[in-house]
Ligand binder design. Sequence first.
Ligand code: NAD
Length: 298
Amino acid sequence: MSQNIAFIGLGNMGGPMAKNLIKKNFKVTVYDLNQDAVAELKAAGANTAGSATDAVKEADVIISMLPNGAIVKSLYIGSKGLINHLKKDVLIIDSSTIAADDARAVAKACEQQGIAMIDAPVSGGTAAAEAGTLTFICGGQQAHFEAAKTVLTAMGRNIFYAGASGAGQVAKICNNMLLAIHMIGTAEALNMGAQQGLDPAVMSEIMKASSGNNWSLQVYNPYPNVMPNVPASKDYQGGFMVDLMSKDLGLSQELAAQSGSATPLGSLATQLYQIHRAGGAGKLDFSSILQLLKKTQS
Ligand code: NAD
């Protein structure tokens, strides 16, 4: 018998992830504050609920894909938290990117109630969410990770166990700090080449076959109209918002301070995205950092 899944948070990532579960014949009940997002999932075959509490009533597995740690904590814990309304054998999978300490706080509260919870942030972006090829990076008890694998495999291709509770978030934040750094570097290189009169598409092919090759060049080119279907070719709409990248970079700097790690490029990337965000780009995709470079060139 297929498992009942409650899916909370149907944004750029959660929407396509929930659709993939429906395609794989899971019974999915969805909830989001945004009614348009709920209607889209209803049309795709999901059951809908009027509140998060209603959505989780029959759930065997709960997946959340929410913007930040404060929202995740208020959803699950505290006097109004969902963990007061759950069956004991439920499994919570939080795929939001949040502070490792927030993930640990939720996991601890769950453990006290005898509820299983893993942190399982994702990498791959909206294209991978749609294609069902996400990378899941998990932290928590290994037995809970094993129990989550069938559901995660329906939405992703690479499923990693990083270690105890919070370890998934630490690995994810390290990855996203690197992502911001190579996206900025890619945008700088392409923009300089273009300023010198080179075609950014030709530049991209050259660098992909050279030592500058990286993920941003391969699948997420920041220069408009080099690659079809990426945010850069759609006025930087959709994708991974600057607001969210700024949040992740802030988390990276908290981790750096906590562990005494030197992250000079991470610190610079954090400041560049803060400036870009303050300039009104918060809702644009993070590859729009190219616009900041263009704005500041002489
Ligand atoms: P999004 O802003 O598009 O979606 C978030 C959704 O959560 C929205 O639909 C919003 O209405 C809903 N929401 C907010 N508060 C809620 C609440 N209290 N109850 C129910 N629904 C609520 O964000 P996204 O791009 O889908 O990202 C979600 C998470 O995934 C973030 O933590 C982000 O850092 C992470 N992430 C995003 C990407 C990406 O490429 N977009 C990639 C990897 C990880």
